[in-house]
Design a protein. Structure first.
Length: 203
């Protein structure tokens, strides 16, 4: 059954990026600290993972049927060159469709509704595209809005032993906090990372 999930590499003090969007080299170092080569749909993007992290990543890819991302990430990656590295459809939540999109054959779908209604429409579309697999929503604003709307069912954390001291928190300004999480429902100890998954419990 399709779940709506989010996930991110996070520092021990709760940040998914450091001050001024720095620190990604430390937060994502676990993608290249192992001996197992894991390819993506982009030949130039190859991970080198430990056995534990490779098993975790392959499970995540196998379970993911569609993504929901924001315009900031879409622009930063330049639309991943027309295909996301996970090889699944992507729903982009944005105020305006970017110039030159949509492109024929590219698995990107754009939702331009604002506020909670836009989030609900984006998640509903992603559910249709995902079939019986999971929908993964981008961490940050979209994940927060999904949580406050009662849509988010699971939170994944790749916990990295580094202290950022500031930056962008995984979650902030939650409308209906506190939220209770159950678990971890799964736990895997990689090298310089602990992969955790929690189930969201709504009151």
């Amino acid at each position: 059954m399709t779940k709506v999930c989010t996930g991110a590499s996070m520092s021990l003090d709760g940040y998914v990026s450091g001050p001024g969007e720095t620190g990604f080299d430390k937060l994502f170092a676990w993608y290249d600290n192992g001996d197992i080569t894991v390819e993506t749909t982009h030949p130039e993007l190859t991970f080198h993972l430990t056995d534990v992290s490779a098993t975790y990543w392959r499970r995540l890819v196998a379970e993911t049927g569609a993504l929901v991302v924001g315009r900031k990430l879409f622009d930063m990656t330049e639309g991943w060159g027309g295909e996301h590295p996970m090889g699944v459809p992507v729903v982009v939540l944005t105020h305006t469709v970017p110039d030159g999109w949509p492109r024929e054959g590219a698995p990107f779908h754009f939702v331009t509704d604002g506020g909670e209604e836009g989030v609900r429409r984006a998640v509903a579309l992603a559910r249709e595209l995902a079939g019986d697999r999971d929908v993964v929503v981008n961490s940050g604003t979209i994940a927060q809005q999904c949580l406050d709307a009662g849509l988010l069912e699971e939170v994944g954390i790749d916990l990295v032993p580094v202290l950022m001291g500031g930056g962008t928190p995984f979650f902030t300004d939650l409308r209906n906090a506190p939220y209770q999480l159950e678990g971890p429902v799964s736990l895997a100890e990689g090298r310089q990372v602990t992969h955790l998954r929690y189930r969201v419990r709504y009151a």
